[in-house]
Design a protein around this ligand. Structure first.
Ligand code: ZN
Length: 96
């Protein structure tokens, strides 16, 4: 064990699903647009963002915890259907 701290040049975010910290590049940015959660893989969409692992387990956890409405300070429930489909696609591509 070197005892060195991780590189500073690697920004970390907390996954709203499993609540674990991970490199920003390992997480999928989500923004809320007109009552729906929209994936923002390029990280360019304006507004408040939430981060989640591109995995269905984390997405399910986040939905069950109502983490997205909380993260976006939304008044009502947010549609996560499009987001789920996007995560499914990413998860399939990530599987070797
Ligand atoms: Zn996670």
């Amino acid at each position: 064990m070197s005892g060195r701290t991780p590189a500073r040049a690697c920004p970390e975010r907390t996954c709203v699903g499993c609540r674990e910290r991970a490199a920003k590049s390992d997480l999928l940015r989500i923004v809320a647009i007109e009552g729906a959660c929209v994936p923002d893989p390029s990280g360019t969409l304006p507004g408040r963002g939430a981060y989640v692992h591109p995995a269905l387990v984390c997405l399910d956890l986040a939905v069950r915890r109502r983490a997205f409405p909380r993260a976006f300070r939304a008044q009502g429930p947010l549609d996560t259907e499009a987001l789920r489909r996007a995560v499914e696609t990413v998860a399939e591509q990530a599987t070797p």
